[in-house]
Design a protein around this ligand. Structure first.
Ligand code: TXA
Ligand code: MG
Length: 317
């Protein structure tokens, strides 16, 4: 049975209350959601995604006050970020309440938590009597989904329902901020940039490049990667243009068939580039080419997060 795709929040709610997993829209990427308080439901998220059990899930809830129920402590700087950016594409890693099962956090004492900014999912969360544990709704290691159709293609055979909230407005995963002795650390880059965070709470460190950081396993270097090998554009070497895909930031490559090319933003808009990146990777991956070349985008603001995802799509370690 293939998942039903629809906009019925009540239907999504019914399945979740029965302990099933449902695809949900957020402003960043689609999530694969389950009742976070139901251990069996949480374990089925890992099975459906083929996700290793050491990679913790993100908890989704509908307000700052609600989030406080699921954590034991909110450092002052975290409270500032929560009130500034929630609902929005920011995840805070904070000490978890005993109410949250260790299945959600892969045994960690902290939980990543956020309030997503999508009207359908906020309505759903308000109706439910529990928070949702939801990683991105892709098979582990593959490109995250930014439409209901992306979710359906890969996980549609394993879940009963996908709540269709249209294409994701941000297009890349949330910024993750953790705290070391109350000092903020960016664990994953996203639309909420280092500059935006520092404007509110002062200096913040970035620790996203570790290959085996057990505290942010989703940051394994090879991640967000299509099956077709992806290489950085501009690398020397011969290639067969008929067998090559190309993802340009703003201007197409003159030597490759236009039908094999995706432009992230013809006007050079970094937000549009973030929104287009995953669909472009998926589209070219489906064309069965020998390789895909991709250009970096300018490194400022959200561009830094886009380049981070490009690096991970390229890297095969
Ligand atoms: O934008 C998003 O955050 C999307 C949407 C669906 O909300 N979710 C998402 O989830 O990207 P996922 O599972 O693909 O990434 C979750 C990552 C983990 O891989 C890990 O890096 C980090 O969040 N994380 C979760 N809990 C953590 C914790 N307690 N400590 C450190 N990192 C944690
Ligand atoms: Mg993911």
């Amino acid at each position: 049975m293939q998942a039903e795709i629809g906009t019925d929040v009540g239907r999504a709610r019914q399945w979740l209350e029965e302990g099933k997993c449902v695809g949900i829209p957020t402003e960043t990427v689609y999530g694969l959601a389950a009742n976070a308080l139901d251990k069996e439901a949480v374990l089925s998220v890992f099975r459906i995604k083929n996700r290793p059990d050491f990679d913790p899930l993100i908890l989704h809830t509908f307000s700052v006050e609600e989030a406080r129920k699921w954590i034991t402590q909110m450092p002052a700087k975290a409270a500032v970020l929560a009130s500034e950016f929630w609902p929005g594409p920011l995840t805070l890693v904070l000490p978890k309440s005993p109410l949250i099962p260790f299945e959600v956090t892969s045994g960690l004492d902290t939980v990543g938590i956020r309030v997503p900014d999508h009207p359908l999912t906020l309505a759903l969360l308000q109706q439910l009597g529990f928070p949702l544990a939801a990683p991105s709704a892709n098979p582990f290691g593959y490109v995250s989904p930014t439409t209901a159709a992306h979710v359906s293609l890969q996980l549609g055979g394993r879940i009963p329902y996908i709540l269709d909230g249209g294409p994701c407005r941000v297009g890349i995963e949330s910024t993750i901020v953790g705290f070391e002795e109350d000092e903020p650390v960016i664990l994953r880059k996203g639309m909420i940039s280092q500059g935006m965070i520092e404007e509110r709470i002062g200096l913040v460190k970035i620790k996203v490049h570790s290959t085996s950081n057990p505290r942010a396993p989703g940051m394994l270097l090879s991640h967000y990667a299509p099956h077709t090998p992806v290489e950085l554009a501009g690398k020397a070497g011969a290639f067969d243009p008929q067998r090559t895909g190309y993802i340009a930031f703003a201007i197409k490559h003159p030597g490759i068939p236009v039908s094999h090319q995706e432009v992230l933003s013809s006007s050079g808009d970094l937000f549009e580039a973030a929104r287009s990146l995953y669909a472009a990777l998926r589209k070219l991956d489906a064309m069965d080419l020998d390789r895909i070349y991709i250009e970096f985008v300018p490194e400022d603001g959200i561009g830094s997060a886009v380049n981070d995802r490009i690096r991970r799509a390229v890297c095969k370690t």
